[in-house]
Design a protein. Structure first.
Length: 68
């Protein structure tokens, strides 16, 4: 297999400083206000964990936005 070489500086995106806003519906928890939908803001590095927790609690993710 041939090696791949790159020329120049790679354009790598740094997600460490980004915040993700996840809009959630269908979660019934006592520590969360009883509303039909709410938003959770988490660092990009914790997005997967936050979404797994939402699904574990029976919620649905309706939208995901990247902030800053």
């Amino acid at each position: 297999m041939a090696q791949m070489t790159t020329v120049g500086t790679p354009q790598v995106s740094d997600y460490s400083g980004r915040i993700v806003e996840i809009e959630v519906t269908g979660v019934c928890r006592q520590d969360v206000k009883r509303v039909s939908a709410y938003k959770v803001k988490v660092p990009h590095s914790r997005m997967n964990q936050a979404m797994q927790e939402i699904y574990r609690l029976g919620g649905r993710v309706t939208a995901v936005k990247t902030l800053g």
